[in-house]
Design a binder for this molecule. Sequence first.
Ligand code: DGY
Length: 320
Amino acid sequence: MRKKIFVTREIPGDAINFLSKHFDVKVNAEDRVLLREELIENIKDMDAVLCLLQDIIDEEIIDNANKAKIFANYAVGYNNIDVKYAKEKGIIVTNTPGVLTDTTAELAWALLLSVARRVVESDKYVREGKFTEWKPNLYLGQDITGKTLGIIGAGSIGKAFAKRSRGYDMKIIYHNRKRDLAFEEEFKAHWVDKETLCKDSDIISIHVPLTEETRYLITKKELDIMKETTIIINTARGPVIEEKALYEALKNKKIWGAGLDVYEKEPEIYPGLKELDNVVLAPHIGSATVETRERMAMMAAMNIEAVLNGREPITPVKLK
Ligand code: DGY
């Protein structure tokens, strides 16, 4: 009998066709995240589940996945899955590392350039028909060249972000749990503690996974010691920053600006944040290019195919 797979949402590319050659595939036909009870209903008797970052795969869901061998997450981040419990139940969890590294780093740069040069505000100004003459003081932004770049989390995306700073002759400082000597050598980067990074950086870009350790890594305390000219970029996970404190720092011009792709209570945005001009807001599109989203889909599908055919997964999530 063909094994059964449930895909919690339509995904781009050939992944579903690929899976359908081997298995019976059911895809959630609705263009929305499934309610918890719908998810429970659909994963019963499935041999594999291809899930999204909004699907909360906790103990209850795992207990209901009575036949599942694998949860293949369509994301590199896997904070939505109780990996420890899945492991206890003998279920493999996989993610999509590598294929979205450059794409996410590119979005972080897009946000940085937009904030520093006030691109979104300027666009609005032009569209509103307000551009009537060149003015010496119109939308003055900030140079990026020669500035100090502070990277929180120099993993693969943090490094890809750092690599793209080369044309801007920046000084790189970084904060990781552990020092990365190869990174330091390649980028002439300096490891610093979090406080020093917050104090000394002109630009801070966040690239850590969401864990109990990184939740609220940036709160009022850290924002208070940043420069008035600091720009902060978050393409990682929203709860790494205390959004209320960020809103207040931006509103009171304690820092220059922010570029956000992720939010503390996604998709909710902290009240008032949307009204501020010094923040650029994106709808969690870090990995959203045609090529990358297709690669992510295929990677998730290939993990399922491998596991259901008795082979090792390609990109298993390992418990730290
Ligand atoms: C991820 O992969 O974790 C991103 O947030 C979505 O692509």
